[in-house]
Each structure stands twice: as C-alpha cells, then as structure tokens.
Design a protein around this ligand. Structure first.
Ligand SMILES: [Cu+2]
Length: 635
C-alpha cells in the first residue's frame, strides 16, 4: 500500500469505528431516555405541566414525563366541546368594556405562591391582547374569574405574582395616551404617551381579584417580570425595551441603545403611597367577571382607579441599565440575583439585590432620571455577567442545585450556568427557536428541579407534515444529573408560549369529583326528577330538565312557533366521571357538557314548525343512543 492509501485507509477505519460507537451510544441513550418518559398503563405521571396556548387563548394540561395531553382549559376563547363562553352560565365571563371578546392571546401561566413556593390553589394567566387576567381553580380546573385591566394596552408583563400571591403584577406592552385621546404618534416620546404598572390584589381566602392601584410609567414597552422573594420580597422587576421610544420601524429604532432597563418596582411602597392619599382618582372602565360554584357568571362593570404618579412617591421605582432589549427578568431562589436576558445581548446581566439596596443609599450611583424614576449606573447594581453564553438569551429559570437555565432564541439552545460563579457548564441544543423554558418550580424558593421543558416556536422537520401550519413543540430534559439529558420532544396545541409545572402529588388528591346535588344553588337547578317541569311566562319557556342514565325528564317538550326555550339541564348523577351532554338536532348553539350535580342552560328559539330531536352527546351507558327525545313546535 502506498503511504497515501494507507493514510486514507486508517482515517476511514477510525471514522467507521467512531461512527459505530456513536450509533451505539445514541441507541443506548435513546432507550434509556425512552424508559425515563415511559409511564406504564395504569401508572400516573409525576408532574402536571400547564402550557399556555398562546394565540388559541387556552391552557393545555400535560402529564410529565409522558407528555400526554390530558385536557384543554378554555380561558379567553370559546370552547365548543363543552360550551364554554356560549352557554348561559359562562358567556358573561367573556364580557369586556370592548364588548363580548371571545379570543385572546394568552402568554404566562402563573401558579399561586405561599412563602415563595407553589401552593396548588390557583393558576393565573394573562390575556395580552384585550388586557385581562384570568384565575383558574385547581380543584375543578375551571376558569373561575376574569378581570380586565384598564388604562393599558398589551398586557404582556403579566400576571407575575408576589411571594405570597398578595398581588398579580401587570404592565403595558404598548405605551399609549392614558386616558385615550387623539395625539400625533410623533408625540409618543414627548411625555404624551405612557405605560402603566397595575397591582391586582388577590384575596387570600378565595382568590378574588381587584384593581388596587395603577402607576404611570415612561412610554417604554414593558416585557416580562418576576417579583422578589426572601430579602427582595417588596420588589418586582420588569424588563423594558424600546427605551428609545421609537414610533416607526421599531425593529431598528428600538435597537439603538446599548442598554435598556430593568425597572425595580417597590410594590409595598406603592401601596403605602396610595394609603397615604398620594394616588389620584382616575378614569378607567373595566369588567370584573366571576363564576360562582354551579351558578351563572356574574359580570360587573367597574369604573375608576387610583393612579399614582411616580413623582409623588419617591423611591417607588428605579431603572437598572441592562443590555440589550431584555426579555426575561428572573429572580433566583435566594431572592438575591436577578438574571436579565437581552434579546440582542452577548452577555446575561445578573443584578444583585443587595447591591441595589446599597446603591440606592448613595445618590452618586444615579446617572439620571425619567418621570422622577432614578436611573442607576450599570455597575452599581451588577453582580456580574455570564460571558458569551449564547446568542439571544431570553428567559431564565433555576433548579434546586444552584444552576440557572437560560433559553437562547437565536442560537436555539438552553445554556446551563452556575448562579454564583456565572460560568457556563452546558449547552443544551433546542430544535428550533426556543422562547421561554420551564423548570418544575423554577421560579420558587425551593425548585423541585428534575425536569425542564423547552418551549419552541418552530418545528420544521421534527414531525410528520400536516399541511402548511405545523405544530409547535416542547422538549423535555432531565436536569437531575450533573449533565442535563434530552428525553423527548412532543407537539403542542397552540403556541406553548410559557408553561409552569407542579408535582402531581400537590394537586391530584384535591381534584373535585362531583358537584354535590344537595348543594346545587343554581337558580334553575332541581334536585330530582319529581321537580322536572315546564314553566311558561309569555313566550319565554323555562324547561327544568334532568338527565340521568339513560333518559331526560321531561320527555317531550311541546311549544309554539316564536317561543324562546331555556333548557336548564341538571345532571342528577352523583358518580365521578359521568357527565351527560345535551344537544338539539340542527341547533346553531354548541353542545352542553354537564358534570354530575351541575346545571347548565341552553337558549333555543323555536323558529320553525316541526319536530326536533335532542340527545345526550357524552357516551354514558349501554343505552346512551336511546337517550334522545323531541321538541314539537306547533304554529
Ligand atoms: Cu411572552
């Protein structure tokens, strides 16, 4: 063999051996990973994942590690599977000052906190488009309350909770004239437009929300937030972008400054200033809607807020310069470090809460002010930077071993780094274009750790193609070992904008199984077939109907053309997992899905003479098909 041939032979041999090794290694890794996500028949998942649906306005409930989709909780969008937003009980949940808004762009699920840790009571989520915050009860997995946020546009930095769920914070994505009026768009940066920070009070007993206070803020875009814990309990930290106040070609105009800001907002001080009479009465119309147990929703139109000007409350806020167009502003479990990921930054800035406190004491650390809010010097609050972590760091969560995980949109990866030393310890590739990420309890004082989910925007070649619109995706990582390991990826419903995860043990035994019939206080609910009846009031016909395997009562409904029928159907079952459905053949309204002991109402106008079947839509028994009867409409 010539020397050249020998070399080629050796090189290819080495390559063959290496590739064999790689294949074997990958196969081993794959079977090991498959075992870690396999949940055997009859076994249960370890963790609940609540994933926002983004532009579908809902929440998907997944099991982790299996990644099985269990349920879709409708929040801001109509859900015809169970008539959410269409039946007479839930349609007023979607009332706003702008009318009946049956969609929203939901972004950030937030599990309620006690002492900085998830407590499994409620789940909050923002409507970014028509500014709203919803509260889901985690015993029923139902949306129980929606509050609109007045004097705001684009409720993106929302609903971030304080350490004991005292408040949900909400800030404007889009600055606008407050109150709305006709102003030249060029005036945006001249103090004519504003942002606003809203403090939504949460009643510790029942979770009921109310607008405590709003604060005017400079006309920047406010992006994300996290509130402090432990030593930083009194504060919330909001990222801002477009501090340039560009009003056209914002893509370019908002990317000029080397640094934008994290706003440190002292909510305890803001409340004290309000209590001291420093907030003024201000306009603002908004709806507050809630769903009492097994009764129609109550929609209240509210008017007026308390508005604080930061000039009237010195010390309420500070701006911390932060590179460059920051997205996430995330507080570590100790409450000391605030990691800020800049979409266009080459470092992750980590601010120090204790340095902030010291820097505030010495005014020499101020480099200017805007609307009475001091701007700090960058180094004065900086603990340090994670150098060259990735391209486009966005959002950070933490584990229980002192590590942070930051998603990086541009380089499509997660970087794992040490919180104290700020050294990068691992690059974890993501397919493709990751936005937020979620660690179980990753914003808690005591994260559960173990699993990380990367929430990706694009899938391209990951799954079978299904036409032009492909599923978005999530990727599951095991982060319990010293090196994080990719376990699986799976498609999601809607956009998995952000997710929060909680150990299943904290929720599964608290789940409600039935509505007790004896406690049914629905104004049109009945407790037995004996009470089933039809009552007429002019052309309004109320049908007090029961359903039980496998029939409805009353059997026949006979009315006149032009009558308005109100079917109030009470499911008499008191047995877990036995809902009945109710649909009228050819009706324009969706199906009712009625839980055991629950009453739901469908309105149906008798427009045409004829005989119309109605039937149960949820397979309930061997004689489910026989669960069908008639409405007769006479001239
Ligand atoms: Cu977002």
């Amino acid at each position: 063999m010539s020397k050249l041939v020998k070399i080629i032979f050796l090189v290819s041999l080495v390559a063959i051996i290496a590739s064999c090794g790689k294949k074997q290694g990958q196969a081993l890794l794959a079977s090991n990973a498959a075992q870690k996500v396999y949940v055997a028949p009859g076994e249960k998942d370890e963790v609940y994942a609540f994933m926002s649906g983004g532009f579908n306005g809902q929440i998907g409930v997944y099991g982790i590690p299996s990644a099985r989709l269990f349920k879709i909780i409708p929040v801001f969008s109509l859900f015809q599977e169970n008539s959410y937003g269409s039946d007479e009980e839930t349609k007023d949940m979607l009332l706003t000052s702008k009318g009946y808004v049956t969609w929203d762009d939901s972004h950030h699920p937030e599990l309620s906190l006690t002492n900085g840790n998830h407590d499994g009571r409620w789940l909050f989520i923002n409507g970014n488009n028509t500014p709203r915050i919803a509260r889901i009860d985690l015993t029923t997995f139902e949306t129980k309350e929606i509050i609109e946020i007045p004097n705001t546009a684009g409720n993106h930095a929302s609903p971030f909770l304080t350490e004991n769920t005292e408040y949900a914070m909400s800030a404007t994505r889009f600055s606008i004239p407050i109150p709305q009026k006709d102003i030249a768009i060029e005036e945006m940066g001249k103090g004519k437009f504003n942002g606003s920070i809203s403090m939504i009070k949460i009643d510790p007993k029942d979770g009921k929300m109310s607008v405590e206070l709003q604060m005017l803020a400079p006309a920047f875009s406010y992006d994300l937030s996290r509130c402090g814990k432990g030593p930083s309990h009194d504060w919330c930290f909001f990222t801002t972008y477009n501090t340039e106040q560009a009003f056209q070609m914002i893509e370019v105009g908002a990317s000029k400054n080397d640094k934008d800001y994290v706003m440190a907002f002292n909510w305890v001080k803001a409340k004290a200033c309000k209590d001291a009479g420093k907030a003024k009465d201000f306009s603002g119309v908004y709806y507050h809607n809630y769903l009492p147990e097994n009764a129609p929703a109550v929609a209240e139109k509210m008017s007026g807020v308390k508005l604080l000007d930061p000039k009237d409350c010195p010390g309420v806020a500070y701006f911390l310069p932060t590179p460059k167009s920051p997205h996430g502003s995330d507080v570590d479990p100790s409450g000391e470090y605030i990691a800020a990921g800049g979409k266009l930054a080459s470092v992750i800035a980590v601010h120090s809460y204790s340095k902030l406190v010291k820097a505030i004491e010495d005014k020499a650390n101020f480099s200017g002010e805007v609307m009475g809010i001091p701007i700090m010097k960058y180094e004065s609050t900086l603990a340090g930077e994670v150098k060259k972590p990735c391209l486009g760091p966005l959002h950070t969560e933490f584990d229980n071993n002192g590590f942070a995980y930051t998603s990086c949109f541009v380089s499509s990866e997660v970087v794992k780094w040490d919180v104290k030393s700020r050294e990068v310890v691992q690059h974890m590739p993501a397919f493709y274009s990751i936005g937020h990420l979620s660690v179980v309890g990753g914003d808690n004082k005591k994260p559960y750790g173990k699993y990380l989910v990367a929430l990706n925007k694009i899938t391209k070649d990951r799954y079978l193609p299904v036409g032009m619109e492909l599923a978005q995706s999530a990727q599951l990582w095991d982060i319990s070992g010293s090196t994080a390991e990719l376990l699986s990826d799976f498609p999601t419903v809607g956009e998995p904008h952000y997710a929060q995860m909680i150990p299943a043990a904290m929720l599964k035994d608290k789940t409600k199984k039935i509505f007790p019939l004896e406690e049914n206080k629905h104004p049109y609910g009945i407790k037995s077939e004996k009470d089933a009846r039809i009552e007429r009031n002019g052309n309004q016909v109320h049908i007090y109907m029961t359903s039980i395997r496998s029939h409805f009562k009353p059997d026949k409904v006979e009315v006149k053309k032009g009558d308005m029928l109100h079917f109030h159907v009470t499911n008499l079952e008191q047995d877990y997992d036995v809902p009945h459905g109710f649909a009228i053949n050819g009706s324009t309204l969706p199906n009712l899905l009625i839980m055991p002991g629950q009453t739901k109402t469908m309105k149906w106008e008798a427009k045409e003479v004829g005989v119309y079947p109605f039937y149960c839509t949820d397979f309930c028994s061997a004689l489910h098909q026989e669960m069908q009867q008639y409405i007769r409409v006479s001239p």
